[in-house]
Structure formats: C-alpha cells, structure tokens
Ligand binder design. Sequence first.
Ligand code: ZN
Length: 167
Amino acid sequence: MTDRDEFDRLLAVNDRYAESFEHSSLTARPARGLVIVTCMDTRLDVLRALGLDMGDAHVIRNAGGLATDDVIRSLIVSQQLLGTHEIFVIGHTGCGLLGADEDALRDRMVSETGEALHIAFGSFDDLDASVQASVERLRTHAWLKRVPVHGLVFDVATGRLREVTPA
Ligand code: ZN
C-alpha cells in the first residue's frame, strides 16, 4: 500500500465487509480457551493452520514470536480477565530474526538516527531452541498460571506444524 488510492480501495472493501459482518455475537473471551504466541510473519495464518475460527483463540504476535515482557503482559490479561487456559508458542522456518545480525541492525539504526538504541531484537541461530526458551519462560513465569504450554514450528514451505516441546 503506497498511495491514497490504494488506501481508499481498502476502505471500500471494508464497507462491503461490514455489510455482511457475521461476528457481532462473539464475546472477548476466546471460545476454545486458547492463546497463541507467534511471529508477525505474513505467511502464518495460525487460526487456519489449526482449524480454528475467529473467536476461538487469542493471537499475540511480534517479531519472532518471542515471550517478551509485553507478551507476558498480554498473557496475564488473557488468563486473568478472559479465561484462557492453554498456550501455543509457534515459531517458523525462514523467520526474519533467524540468523539476523542484531549488532549490525543496531549500528545501522544509530548511524541513521543519531540516537542510542538499547533494544534487544531477539535474533536467534537455533529455531527450536528459541521456541523452547519461550515455552520455558511461559511455563515458569511467576505471574502466569500453570497451564499446558506447547511449542511448535510452522514450516512455511509445507504448511505443516511440528511439535518441539511436549506440553
Ligand atoms: Zn518470523
């Protein structure tokens, strides 16, 4: 999307979407009690990949699908206020953070902006180990309920999910 015409086209699509909107009866509580932590990657449609419908699960996304502090914040809301009781952590092949040179990215940002940058981008070299580390953090975090936490990897070439940690 690069120009105003494209933006207007998308809003026109939304007009048609709203005319036949069928989800007004859903509540904020996920019907299946699930919450999925996953990457922002465009190739991941985690609801369809698991046969879930709108309203079934929370989906918390960020770069890498990592169990960051802000993911913990969202999970507390999900568990305490909206009743979820099972977590899926889904990483994927071909992730932009897999093998990314975090120091080079930080240096580039500093040289482009002149501002110091203290963000950890969370790049990783071992996909399974990254998913397992997120699973472990969620299983042991003091503020989270002791619920099943499943670790999975989605293959962007096949659409197949592979379990990397038993719940
Ligand atoms: Zn990714």
